[in-house]
Design a protein around this ligand. Structure first.
Ligand SMILES: Cc1ncc(COP(=O)(O)O)c(C=O)c1O
Length: 394
């Protein structure tokens, strides 16, 4: 008689998630590691290094002995820095007791949704949506109501469709602005009416804003700035994308103080505080990032413009110009049955790895997502290969 393993429902739901989405990417990584000439455009990890001054600050902090347990809410000086920035961004006084630090925005979203949802509740999410949410949804197990964005309007959020989808069981509306993968920004008046709609119907509005600092023509507007009342609003942000600090794992939530206390209980049970030296470096980064953010935004904007120009020159491919972030969605419907087959063949024939759009929702099944995580010089090579692949199609 052997051991017969039994797992939780959450773990079983997670395992049941399709792994096809990452199949092309995983294959590309394996080929790259084996020395093949692959251009990776399937993942959202900035190619730019974390700037040296931030690294130096973290190292100094380590030598200063900042290697101990940290309060569950996060270091006070970091929460004060975030609260100050949030006060400016929202125009509403924000205090450190409304700020709680997590090891990354993903963990902030997971912790937040875990505190707000039960398995028999409903969550509304707009698609296309960040693929990382799927694992969170599976773990929590509540019903997910997927509302397609308006594809022909730059993937704008459809307020009326959200209104129509609300039921007595709806507990959370999860928004992401600027959006991954489409790079769309939800306008202030729409955010305001969505926050009012949520408030009136006793629904939490959780807004993931991790691309808030990488915007092009229009400035990002936070849900906390747009909303008239903040009682039901939780905003999540982090340093992964804006400061090229994905590996540092630093994010936060800004929420009413009572909600922050709930989040504290949850994170105390799961994470038990983030690293002190990383929080020191994060606060330093946020206090000294003016020029850096301008530079990084300019760099992504140049890459976006270059990529859009090259896509327009390829017969059969189309893209909508993203307003923010580091991704670009390419419509491949004229040349391929779906994004998955396009991505598979592009890797096999030309060594370029992109992400099939179906991972972000049914609405983007005929798209692929390309990450702008290479300088223009490499984008030039990537598009030469993409062009050759499309030209050779029957
Ligand atoms: C919308 C969105 N939220 C959260 C994350 C993850 O952020 P973090 O690295 O802080 O966990 C990503 C990363 O791609 C993202 O696109």
């Amino acid at each position: 008689m052997g051991f017969s393993p039994k797992y939780s429902c959450a773990s079983t739901r997670l395992e049941a998630q399709g792994s096809d989405l990452w199949a092309v990417h995983t294959d590309a990584m394996a080929q790259l590691e084996a020395g093949a000439d692959i251009i990776m455009m399937s993942v959202g990890d900035p190619d730019l290094p974390t700037i040296e001054r931030i690294i130096e600050h973290a190292v100094t902090s380590l030598y200063r002995g900042r290697t101990h347990y940290s309060p569950g809410m996060g270091e006070l000086h970091l929460r004060e820095t975030i609260a100050e920035i949030e006060t400016q961004a929202s125009g509403k006084l924000t205090t450190p007791d409304q700020v709680i630090v997590f090891p990354g925005a993903t963990n902030a979203v997971f912790s937040t949704l875990s505190c707000l949802l039960d398995a028999d509740d409903e969550l509304i999410v707009v698609e296309p949506a960040y693929v990382g949410y799927e694992g969170i949804f599976s773990t929590i197990g509540s019903a997910v109501i997927r509302i397609p964005a308006l594809a022909d309007q730059g993937f704008a959020v459809d307020t009326e469709a959200i209104r129509a989808a609300i039921t007595d069981r709806t507990r959370v509306l999860l928004l992401n602005t600027p959006g991954n993968p489409a790079g769309n920004i939800i306008p202030e008046d729409q955010l305001r009416s969505l926050s009012e709609l949520c408030y009136d119907r006793d629904i939490w509005l959780v807004c993931d804003e991790v691309y808030s600092m990488i915007t092009f023509e229009h400035k990002h507007i936070s849900a906390r700035k747009a909303a008239n009342t903040l009682e039901n609003i939780i905003v999540i942000d982090g340093l992964s994308k804006s400061h090229a600090m994905t590996g540092w794992r630093l994010g936060w939530a800004v929420a009413p103080a009572a909600v922050a206390q709930r989040l504290l209980s949850f994170t105390s049970a799961t994470v038990f505080g983030c690293s002190q030296f990383i929080q020191d470096a994060a606060a330093f980064a946020m206090k000294n990032d003016g020029e850096y953010i301008q530079g990084i935004t300019q760099e992504y904007r140049e890459r976006r413009d270059y990529a859009c120009k090259r896509i327009r020159e390829i017969d059969g491919l189309n893209c909508q110009v993203p307003q923010a972030g580091m991704f670009l969605m390419i419509d491949v419907s004229a040349v391929s049955p779906d994004g998955f087959q396009f991505a598979r063949a592009l890797l096999d024939e030309q060594g370029v790895s992109v992400l099939p759009g179906e991972g972000f929702g049914e609405i983007t099944r005929q798209f692929v997502r390309l990450s702008l995580t290479h300088p223009v010089k490499v984008l030039d090579q990537a598009f030469a290969r993409i062009e050759a692949y499309v030209r050779n199609l029957p």
